[in-house]
Design a protein around this ligand. Structure first.
Ligand code: SF4
Ligand code: SF4
Length: 307
């Protein structure tokens, strides 16, 4: 059995406790406009083009068997022709081309992950499964988790929650130490329009996890201006999380990572997204909305006063 892995990030310090290696699974059922990792949304391997590194030498044009590269085309690569064969990447002198998406068997991937065991042991770290959406390749993920646990490693899952709970509980849950569960938009219609999927499955999965693994579950909300970071949405999401008896959600402040990365896979960056990271003041302001007290009314009053 194999999985398509977008990338493997070593020495990660923000993806769980200690020093970790993060496995980015390729493929996601959602297409959030702000995605930090747009190169991992499509399930297939794909070519990445970094225009700022390109010196226009043309080596890649001659190498491509599909005639998919045109130095004069605005997008440079015709992605309908490109098969992500990777032939062009070693010829590029400036590393302006790369393929995201490599097939791994469980044994091969475990061998890579064990290279950093010393760092995990020294720091209380381990392995984080991220993406993309790891649960989209659940059978592989289940085998990988069993092997990592057999090696005594700490495991974290980062998920958007759009997966059926029953097979996850049967095959994966016992082998995961922490689940970072990202919630985005409360209103079902808005969620469907913006992310492309119905959020009822996400809430159902969260409710199951709240019952079966509350101590390992960390709800999170990415704060995306104009999308998730609205007073109504944050109050609704945090209220529902509270009703399930879960801890206050962790708020992830907006960063414009995804804007620049989208163009590397031939996507247009969402023009509505800010070009600068969220400030500490903004984060504090939105944090008040997830507190179970009157602070949200204070924000409403400030907003009304400003109008
Ligand atoms: S990955 Fe293959 S098909 Fe795609 S541009 Fe490079 S050489 Fe051409
Ligand atoms: S080989 Fe690299 S530097 Fe040369 S044209 Fe192609 S992408 Fe640009």
């Amino acid at each position: 059995m194999e999985a398509i892995i977008g990338d493997i990030g070593r020495y990660a310090i923000h993806d769980g406790p200690g020093i970790r290696t993060t496995v980015f699974f390729k493929g996601c059922p959602m297409h959030c406009p702000w995605c930090h990792n747009p190169e991992f949304i499509r399930p297939q391997p794909e070519i990445l083009f970094y225009a700022d590194r390109c010196i226009g030498c043309g080596e890649c044009v001659d190498r491509c068997p599909e005639s998919a590269i045109d130095l004069n085309a605005p997008q440079r690569i015709d992605r309908r022709r490109c098969t992500a064969c990777g032939e062009c990447t070693p010829t590029c002198p400036t590393r302006a081309l790369a393929v995201a998406g490599t097939r791994y068997g469980v044994d091969d991937l475990v061998a890579v992950l064990l290279r950093d065991r010393l760092f995990y042991d020294a720091s209380g770290g381990g392995v984080t499964l991220s993406g993309g959406e790891p649960t989209l390749q659940m059978a592989f993920m289940a085998r990988l988790l069993r092997r990592l646990k057999a090696e005594g490693l700490h495991t974290v899952l980062e998920t958007g929650g759009f997966f059926p709970f029953a097979p996850f509980q049967a095959e994966c849950l016992d082998f995961i130490d922490l689940i970072y569960f990202d919630l985005k938009i409360s209103d079902p219609g808005r969620h469907q329009r913006i992310t492309g999927v119905d959020n009822r499955l996400i809430w159902s999965t969260l409710a199951h996890l709240a019952r079966w693994a509350p101590d390992r579950l960390v709800p999170r909300i990415p704060l995306i201006p104009g999308y998730t970071a609205t007073r109504e949405n944050l109050i609704a999401l945090s209220g529902r999380i509270r009703e399930m008896g879960l801890a206050r959600p962790v708020l992830l402040p907006y960063h414009p990572f995804g804007r620049s990365k989208a163009v590397h896979v031939g996507r247009q960056a969402d023009a509505a997204l800010p070009r600068v990271p969220m400030s500490a003041e903004e984060l504090a302001r939105w944090s008040a909305c997830v507190e179970p007290n009157d602070s949200t009314q204070k924000i409403a009053k400030e907003e009304n006063d400003a109008d």
